[in-house]
Every structure is written in C-alpha cells, then in structure tokens.
Design a protein around this ligand. Structure first.
Ligand SMILES: *Cc1c(COP(=O)(O)O)cnc(C)c1O
Length: 389
C-alpha cells in the first residue's frame, strides 16, 4: 500500500500467475458465462459463491480495471462505463431522486451542464448551478433536500480551481454526497477521497487510454456502502463497458505517468512562450503565476497537465482567427485531450458555461499539447500567430 503510484501503475490489474505467465491480462471477449451446476448458478445469484455471472455484471477485464482504479484513488470499489459522460450521469442518477436538489458547478464539462439542464427535471430533480469559487460558502446554498454536489476541478476551459477540501467538509457536516470529475488530474495529481470526497470520476478517454482511440469512464466509491448503492443503479440500468476498451485502459495505465509528465513539461514551455505573444490577451494554465487560481492549485495539486487555453486579442476578425488556426499544422481542430497528439478546440463559454459568467471578448481556444517536440510546436504556433499581423 505504501508503494509509489508509479510502481502501482505498472503492476495493478496484472496477474501472470493465473494466466500462464502472460505479462498482460489477456483480452477476453465474453457475454455468456457457463456455470458448473444449477447449485452454482443459484449461489452466485445470491452472492454466496465467487465467480463471474454475465459479462455486463463483471468480467476479468472490468474487475481488474475497477480494482486498479479503486486502489489508485484510495476508494473501496469502482464501476466502469462506456464513456466518461456516462460515469457522471450514471452517478447522478444512482444517487438523486424525485424531490431532491442537486448542486452542479457552473463550469463543468458542457455536456454535464446540458444533462443537468435538459434531463434531470424530467425526473423531478431540481438543479442549481454554483460558482466554482464558492468554497466553504457552499453552506449557504445547501438545502434540506440537497442530495449531492458535483464538482470539477480544475474546471473545463479556463481551469478554475475549487477549494475541494472546504466544500467536501461542509458537505460532510450537512450529510450531502459529494462527487468530482477528476479527469484533469488523473490519480497522479490529486486524490479527492483523501480530501473527503465520496465519489471520484475519470473520463478514461483522456490520459488513462491516452491514444485517442477509446471512450471509457470510471466512478470510484469511497465506501462499501456507496459502492453497493451504486451497484443497484448500474446493474438495473445495464451500464457497462467493453472488454476491448478496458484492455486498452489497463494498457494505458502502464505509461500514463511518463506521458503525463512529458506532456506537462511541454505544456509549461508552450504556455510560457504564449504569454510573451502580443496576439494573445490571456493564457489559462494553473501552473502559470498569472492564473487567477494559481495559489489554490499549488496548495492542493501535485502538478499540472497538458491542456491550456488562450484568449486571442478581441479585435481580430473571424477570418483572421480561422486563418491563424487553419495555418497550424500540429494543432488540428478536434475535441478531446490527454492523448499523445496536439489538438486545438475552440471554446464558446458564453453559451457553454453557467458560472462564472464569461464576459471576455475574443476567441478562446483550448490547446492540448502532445508528445511532439515542444520547440517544433512553438515554431508551428508562431507561424499561425504571425498571420494575425
Ligand atoms: C471529455 C471529458 C468528459 C467526458 O468523457 P467522455 O469519455 O468523452 O464521455 C468528462 N469530463 C471532462 C472534464 C472531460 O474533459
């Protein structure tokens, strides 16, 4: 248990002794599981015998991945899903019911805001968005019927950092469940359960898989009680993930530390360069002292990752902005991040965010910095920015 996370990432979920010495857990596709007898079938259904039942309810790869993630985040157990978004919406649906009030940070991943706004009302669940900088003042908006608080820190697009320990502590005192989207950090940079959070979510699509070829999600529960409550919803709803994708996630864990470290090093270099460019009004990256939440980030996080955002000066026309972005060779336009390759994704926060209200003029662009040579990326970025002259 006291081993370094680097060592754990290499070893968790592997079991060569059970698999004729194979280094990796083999990719086992399955649906039906055969039982040795009628007695065994009934015992497994009652939980009196250990063994697989049906692929959707657990298979060798989901068991290995979920156990590995639970250990990395210091939780009791985990559930895996076909996407990160499904892990978030599945967790909300598992714990909220008609008549409840739920608090969602206003800078969450935009599809989560859409889910909260468009879907939860149909189930009689009232949604309230809160400012990520609320801190311990969250006490003022918690109601008697508040069932859960969803956090995301650093949040999407501008990486606003939340005071997670303060919010978790207030929530605990008021008996409100807390969940957090910890995708930005991976288990390497921040472990929310150590700060009192109940459920930790990762989009495995990003750093865990790391190669832009799988979507996957996971929710890690702090206690057995939470894990069991969640099981009821997950199994009743058929939420699950594919063995092929889980195989890729386990494989991704092996190199995640070195990928995250190298891309973060590249990103800091690129961020510092971008800060010197006159075409750019603001650079958002928590490891820069200019980031509004830099001090809070430094207090709680062990490092930063591979995404930053830039706000271009507001006087550029649409055509100028498009020409600049289209000039970049190493920053094709595409959603997602956390892979080995660089990307650019335009951000439209006036519509895609609730709070804090976005009032800045100018095009906001999120850059994912990959494993390319940072100097090559800087040359490429310069070429695009020069077209703005
Ligand atoms: C991408 C992303 C998700 C959703 O993950 P998918 O696997 O694409 O569904 C959730 N949260 C954050 C912060 C993300 O960036």
């Amino acid at each position: 248990m006291s081993e370094s996370i680097k060592t754990k990432l290499v070893n968790l979920g592997r079991d060569p002794d059970s698999w004729q010495g194979m280094v990796n857990l083999p990719l086992s596709r399955c649906s039906t599981i055969l039982y040795p007898s009628m007695e065994s079938y009934e015992k497994r259904a009652r939980g009196e015998e250990i063994g697989l039942r049906y692929a959707r309810m657990g298979n060798p790869l989901s068991n290995a991945f979920e156990k590995a993630m639970a250990e990395l985040e210091n939780g009791f157990g985990a559930w895996s899903f076909a996407s990160g978004l499904m892990a978030i919406t599945g967790t909300i649906m598992a714990f909220a019911k008609a008549g409840d009030h739920v608090l969602i940070c206003g800078n969450a991943y935009a599809p989560v805001l859409d889910f909260a706004e468009n879907q939860l009302g149909r189930f009689g669940i009232e949604v309230e968005f809160f400012d990520p900088h609320v801190g311990a003042d969250i006490a003022g908006i918690i109601r008697d019927n508040t069932a859960l608080i969803h956090m995301e820190s650093p949040g999407s697009a501008t990486f606003d950092v939340m005071d997670v320990p303060a919010i978790a502590s207030v929530a605990k005192n008021k008996n409100v469940l807390t969940m957090i989207d910890n995708t930005w950090s991976t288990p390497l940079l921040f472990n929310p359960i150590e700060h009192g959070v109940d459920i930790v979510i990762h989009s495995g699509t990003k750093y865990i898989v790391g190669h832009a070829d799988v979507t996957l999600g996971v929710a890690i529960c702090r206690t057995e009680e939470l894990y069991t409550r969640m099981k009821s919803y997950v199994w009743d709803s058929g939420l699950s993930s594919s063995p092929d994708d889980l195989y890729m996630a386990l494989r991704g864990l092996r190199t995640m530390e070195i990928r995250l470290k190298q891309t973060a090093e590249n990103t800091l270099k690129v961020a510092q360069f971008l800060e010197t460019r006159p075409e750019i009004a603001r650079v958002f990256y928590p490891a820069l002292e200019s980031h509004p939440d830099h001090d809070l980030w430094k207090r709680d996080y062990r490092g930063a990752n591979s995404i930053l955002s830039i706000l271009l000066q507001p006087h550029y026309t649409r055509d100028q902005v498009y020409r600049c972005v289209n000039t970049w060779e190493h920053f094709p336009v595409g959603s997602s991040w956390g892979g080995y390759e660089s990307l650019c994704q335009p951000q439209y926060l006036k519509t895609a965010r609730k709070l804090p209200v976005w009032e800045e003029e100018g095009q906001l662009l999120r850059l994912q910095i990959g494993l390319e040579d940072a100097d090559d990326l800087i040359v490429d970025l310069t070429r695009g920015l020069e077209t703005l002259k």
